[in-house]
Design a protein. Structure first.
Length: 207
């Protein structure tokens, strides 16, 4: 029988799991921690989280099922954070009607980015961009801009439909390229296509 993982090592892995989820704007429940680490009892996950609170590495907000946050003294808050609105879904496949269904916000570390830039986030549906590492249910962080360079991954509005694709400009014509050979490029009429923004980051939650 293999030896048990030392409690400190397990707790460090739980902290990294919590940190990644919290920075991704998707705080996990205690039961999700239990399932992620294969604990037989939810109380085991609870005990590890409470120890992280005692160590000052997490903060617990009373009365909330997903009430753990990172402390403001965390190094992750050394860089200013902005909150991008999560505006529903965008298709990474065939075109679909653009839907704005605000789900909340996603924290984004600004870093060296301009203070004037505007960001928004969308949850991806479809598999046309899997070759670029964008999977169904991923969240893309998008910088709002009306133009982009050939080769950029963009969110584009074609008529009333929104899609995420790689922008290709051929002979002055916009082509929206998939990153999956099972999908065809989209060649919109110039008057029907509008760039909404450039994808600058992809977030994923591992279940």
């Amino acid at each position: 029988m293999s030896p048990k993982t030392p409690p400190g090592e397990t707790r460090e892995k739980i902290y990294q799991f919590m940190r990644d989820r919290l920075l991704g704007g998707l705080p996990p429940s205690v039961r999700e921690v239990q399932q992620a680490f294969g604990f037989k009892a939810v109380q085991t996950a609870q005990a590890h989280l409470e120890q992280l609170v005692a160590e000052g590495r997490l903060v617990r907000q009373q009365g909330r099922s997903r009430g753990y946050t990172l402390p403001e003294t965390s190094p992750d808050f050394a860089t200013p954070t902005v909150f991008a609105p999560l505006l529903g879904h965008v298709q990474a496949g065939d075109l679909t009607a653009a839907i704005e269904d605000r789900e909340g916000t996603v924290p984004v570390q600004r870093g060296s980015r301009s203070k004037s830039e505007q960001l928004f986030a969308l949850r991806v549906r479809g598999e046309s961009m899997i070759g670029a590492g964008i999977m169904p249910d991923d969240i893309v962080i998008v910088r709002m801009q009306s133009s982009a360079d050939s080769g950029d991954i963009v969110v584009a509005l074609v008529g009333d439909d929104a899609t995420v694709k790689r922008l290709s400009i051929k002979r002055g014509r916009v082509v929206l390229m998939p990153e999956n050979p099972d999908f065809e490029p989209i060649i919109p009429h110039p008057d029907d296509c509008r760039i909404l923004g450039k994808v600058i980051e992809v977030r994923r939650t591992l279940s």
